[in-house]
Design a protein around this ligand. Structure first.
Ligand SMILES: [Zn+2]
Length: 114
């Protein structure tokens, strides 16, 4: 898996979140997004590529819905999605993607913060 791949940053000031990765586009709310935010979204790009893009979104939405059905609030459900848990756990480590193993999000799938 290459560490560097090309993506395009597009600013959407009206977005509700600070960043959103939809390969190969990174949508950001503010000018000059932080390195941590870029790293977070690059982790999502890697996850998306590993799942061949479309299945990522399917899994992401399914996981969110399962958490909601289990009584989690919208924010709790979002924070418990395995892809988000991997990204939030490692986005401060700017070297994370250099050492990350393929499909590392699996580690977070059955290990929820309940
Ligand atoms: Zn995220």
């Amino acid at each position: 898996m290459p560490n560097q791949f090309r993506f395009f940053i597009i600013r959407l000031p009206f977005m509700r979140t600070n960043g959103m990765a939809i390969f190969p586009f990174l949508f950001v709310k503010y000018k000059k997004p932080s390195k941590v935010l870029i790293n977070h979204e690059r982790i999502h790009f890697r996850q998306q590529i590993e799942l061949l893009i479309f299945p990522f979104y399917l899994c992401y939405i399914l996981e969110y819905l399962i958490h909601r059905l289990n009584g989690k609030s919208s924010n709790q459900a979002y924070m418990n999605i395995s892809f988000e848990r991997e990204a939030y756990a490692n986005d401060n480590n700017l070297a994370y993607l250099k050492k990350r193993k393929v499909w590392s999000f699996w580690k977070y799938l059955f290990n929820y913060n309940l």
